[in-house]
Design a protein around this ligand. Sequence first.
Ligand code: RB5
Length: 145
Amino acid sequence: MAEKIYVGADHVGFNLKNRLVEELKRLGYEPVDVGPKQLDPADDYPDFAKPVAAAVSAGNATRGVLTCGTGLGMSYTANRFPKVRAAIAWNEEIAELARKHGNSNVLVLPAQFVSEDQGVGILKKWLETTFEGGRHARRVEKIDK
Ligand code: RB5
């Protein structure tokens, strides 16, 4: 069964989000696009961060992807949900470490600072990298203690 990945954006991340949804389908994942479905310059990032973070927090999806201008608003919102580890990644190396060491389960892309092609590269790196566990598992577990 294909892995379900919840995806959301605000107006700044709208185009990148659509590209990521297509890329996820191409890679064999099952993206669940929480929107926006149309470009609305007045929309607000929490309205899209919340359904993605809630799905990951509740275990309805193992992972999610969010994008806004800086990535900050999306991460502020998503990281309020229990068990969510939303990582802003602006290059592949950070995405790799976010998975290897932090077991990040939500990728946040800053659309104002990465091109669509860079965003796809970061997404692929994040998807394919596995958690190292060991000492990092102890640290991640302590977040919720
Ligand atoms: C929207 O104007 C902008 O604030 C948003 O995309 C994001 O950068 C917030 O963190």
